[in-house]
Design a protein around this ligand. Structure first.
Ligand code: GLV
Ligand code: MN
Ligand code: MN
Length: 408
């Protein structure tokens, strides 16, 4: 049995046209915006056309399951269809549309299954508008109470619960959600490893730990021409020193430590005014929890000292914190053997990005399938994966899911 690669590509293009960034393959569908709603509506239409049982829960996760006579836990796949503001059309979307393609193939060809297949798209995986990332799947597995998630405020001041109501995706399916038999997620690698190694499939062994915080440094706003340097309390300088420090820290701790200041805002943000405040985010990640904690501690020490030296005060707010996750050996083995059976080169690797699968791993056997990313570029409209690799990944998923759905 094989999926229909052209049909998968057509759906990726159709979904990618919603929120399309002109002149690129990329899209902007931040979670719970009008564009996200339009993308959701399209995918739900496709789910309906396949005759699937569709559930929407209170955080807006959508789960579509093959019709089945009882409530046998399904082999679930899925991912997300929200994107960062300058995203690609594959990140997340591939895992959802490949799931749809796999179910359509199995329904058309027929197979003796012991349990149904289902495909989900989880709300706000990116966390780019509403932190933390993987919000929908976190609530699905009971990692955050729904009531708490609904009150989260976004970078634009919007509230999760209000936006879910507004776009019509505050559903009634119970949370935490039903525990699947197992979970597999197909995703583009979003990094350079598979392409560099000339390998088609990654059998993902786990996800590195993620630490996000927001820092607000407050100083003294003043005239840029008249205020001698010795008199300044400049939060912009503290933010700049912190930005440089986290890079130096990552260099010192070495691979796989990464560190990013991805958002920074000065207030009042004017050419001739020493800023009153600087607000910035820090994203630290490592596969080793102890080293990740060390990076957090070292950054906190530096921040305190840099602010004090400049006469500024500091407040920090935790946006996300997830420990490294190790996937299930049985499912990793199945991904690897499915790729080998289909004649694709395969290697084991950890994930640098966060994924919904890391939340599902808390409740059921879970692993992921990676496909190569051109030039290792993602979270960028230039994100691209060759059609042959997309199809290969979806066929590895199909084989893996069939194996999981037929075992005793
Ligand atoms: C979320 O997808 C992340 O890895 O930032
Ligand atoms: Mn993703
Ligand atoms: Mn992403």
């Amino acid at each position: 049995m094989r999926i229909d690669g052209d049909r998968l590509l057509r759906r990726l293009a159709e979904l990618g046209a919603i929120g399309a960034i002109e002149g690129t393959e990329g899209c902007a569908r931040l979670a719970l915006t009008d564009e996200d709603r339009d993308g959701r509506d399209l995918v739900v239409t496709w789910m309906r056309e396949l005759g699937l049982d569709i559930e929407v829960d209170g955080i807006g996760n959508v789960i579509a399951t093959m019709p089945w006579p009882d409530d046998t836990p399904p082999v679930m796949c899925g991912s997300h269809i929200d994107t960062v503001r300058t995203g690609g059309r594959y990140d997340g979307n591939l895992g959802v549309l490949a799931g749809l393609e796999i179910i359509e193939t199995v329904l058309a060809e027929g197979a003796e299954l012991a349990r149904p297949l289902s495909v989900a798209f989880f709300t706000d995986e990116e966390g780019a508008r509403f932190p933390p990332d993987m919000l929908g799947s976190l609530v699905y597995v009971g990692g955050m109470p729904l009531e708490e998630a609904l009150t989260i405020e976004g970078i634009d001041g919007a509230i999760v619960g209000d936006e879910l109501d507004r776009i019509g995706y505050a559903g009634s399916a119970p949370l935490p959600g039903r525990v699947p038999h197992s979970f597999v997620e197909l995703h583009i690698e979003q990094g350079p490893v598979l392409e560099a190694d000339g390998v088609t499939i990654g059998a993902v062994t786990g996800v590195q730990g993620i630490s996000w915080q927001e820092v607000v440094v407050t100083g003294q706003s003043n005239h840029a021409g008249t205020t001698p340097i010795s008199h300044r309390r400049d939060p912009g300088l503290v933010a700049a020193r912190c930005t440089a420090f986290v890079r130096d820290l990552a260099d010192e701790l070495g691979h796989p430590q990464v560190a990013t200041v991805g958002r920074i805002e000065f207030h009042p943000n004017l050419v001739n005014v020493v800023p009153a405040s600087a607000t910035f985010t820090v994203d630290l990640r490592n596969t080793d929890e102890a080293v990740l904690q060390e990076s957090e501690r070292r950054f906190a020490e530096f921040l305190g000292a840099a602010a004090e030296a400049e006469g500024c005060t500091v407040e920090t707010r935790r946006l996300a914190r997830f420990e490294p996750v190790i996937f299930d050996d049985m499912v990793i083995d199945l991904v690897e053997s499915s790729a080998q059976d289909l004649g694709f080169s395969v290697q084991r690797m950890p994930s640098g990005a966060g994924h919904d699968a890391q939340m599902l791993a808390r409740v059921c056997p879970t692993a992921m399938v990676f496909t190569p990313s051109k030039d290792g570029i993602s979270h960028n409209p230039a994100e691209h994966t060759d059609p042959a690799d997309l199809e290969a990944g979806a066929n590895v998923m199909l084989r893996t899911m069939l194996a999981l759905a037929t075992e005793a």
